[in-house]
Write a protein that binds this ligand. Structure first.
Ligand SMILES: C[S@@+](CC[C@H](N)C(=O)[O-])C[C@H]1O[C@@H](n2cnc3c(N)ncnc32)[C@H](O)[C@@H]1O
Length: 355
């Protein structure tokens, strides 16, 4: 018995030690656009790696065996279905699972693909080899140490291709989330002027005002270089600025995936600026990843804990995914008098603070 446990432990550590193959192979299939090649406008017919290859590399070049090795490994992580033919010689064909389908580009050009690519850019990858530095000295982020003193947002601002990928990544993840929010949450009723702080390309705001015609005025507030690239949206004014200085006034403030990347002190400053920007009775509606109190091996807990390490490594060594209670206390310290949390999505929680 002991021997079997020992064996399992050695197997588990081998799996963990080789784990880098998983995200990097996922990145490879996104770079190669494998999901769209299999999806073929909805057919999702199981294809041989050579057939996928001839669609993604029409020049007829490439190595189908190596593509198959990647697809087979990712099958084990639920991204692809593998179909083995019964007739000899046995051939392996691949179709997309529900997870694989999140990588298919939709009619608006969106998918989770850009989010995968965004995480695996060279500048971010360099930071992962020095994660331990966040423990040794948390005054500087691993990203900053690995990139000659530059912060992630600083580099996005200087490199248009990184800025663009960031916006595309945010849109690909945020649009499906917002569909669920708009079906199940009614907190935008009665709001006439809504400010989205850190709204990126403005997708969340566009979707909110499409549903709520009481919102006459939408303000998409983000860094100047980000709003400069944001598309024109009817009913939305793009405003560039710094949320640490001041936030445009509105009846309510929406904010998604912004507080997470900052320290407690910085979150308090952002929340105080939100507090100043809304009237008494106005709401700050923040959607953030919220950590469960218990630790387990569910997809939800893992996605949230992994995201927490991403924040620590890339954005702020003391930025973090927080528990509901930690957000509650931060809201209180910024002056908000009431608070409720609404669980609609598995990853993001709606945190509603009222002035
Ligand atoms: C993780 S993204 C979230 C984008 C969008 N809310 C969403 O969920 O799709 C964080 C956003 O905060 C913006 N941001 C970072 N620092 C900022 C600042 N000082 N003032 C305003 N926006 C900022 C970034 O440019 C980025 O668009």
């Amino acid at each position: 018995m002991e021997k079997q446990e020992d064996n399992n432990a050695r197997l588990a550590i081998m799996e963990l030690a080789n784990m880098i193959s998983v995200p990097m192979s996922l990145n490879a299939v996104v770079r190669l656009n494998v999901a769209d090649a299999i999806w073929q406008k909805g057919s999702n017919t199981p294809l041989l790696p050579s057939e996928i290859l001839s669609s993604i590399l029409p020049s007829g070049t490439g190595d189908p065996e190596n593509l198959q090795r990647i697809l087979r490994m990712l099958t084990s992580y639920g991204v692809f279905n593998e179909h083995i033919s019964l007739v000899e010689p046995a051939q392996r064909r691949y179709s997309l699972t529900e997870i694989g389908k999140t990588l298919v580009t939709d009619k608006n050009g969106l998918s989770y693909g850009p989010y995968v690519l965004q995480h695996h850019q060279e500048e971010l990858m360099k930071a992962w080899s020095v994660v331990h530095e966040a423990v040794v000295d948390s005054s500087t982020e691993p990203f900053v140490k690995a990139n000659d003193g530059e912060t992630a947002y600083g580099i996005y601002g200087k490199k248009p291709e990184m800025n663009e990928l960031m916006q595309k990544a945010m849109s690909g993840v945020s649009v499906p989330f917002m569909k669920g929010v708009l079906e199940n949450y009614d907190g935008f009723n009665g709001v006439e002027r809504l400010v989205d702080v850190g709204g990126s390309a403005g997708d969340c705001l566009r979707m909110i005002i499409e549903k709520y015609d009481n919102i006459k005025d939408g303000v998409n507030f983000d860094l100047p270089e980000v709003v400069a690239k944001a598309p024109k949206i009817d009913g939305v004014t793009h405003v560039g600025g710094d949320m640490f200085n001041s936030i445009p006034k509105g009846d309510a403030i929406f904010m998604k995936w912004v507080l997470t990347t900052w320290t407690d002190e910085e979150v308090k400053r952002i929340m105080i600026n939100c507090f100043k920007a809304i009237p008494v009775g106005g709401k700050l509606i923040a959607c953030e990843p919220v950590l469960p109190n218990h630790t387990d091996d569910s997809h939800r807990t893992r996605a949230l804990l992994e995201g927490d390490i991403f924040v620590m490594t890339i954005y702020r060594a003391k930025g973090k995914h927080r528990t509901e209670e930690e957000y509650h206390q931060l809201g209180k310290s910024a002056g908000f008098k009431s608070y409720r949390a609404i669980y609609i999505d598995y990853f993001y929680t709606i945190l509603e603070f009222t002035k």
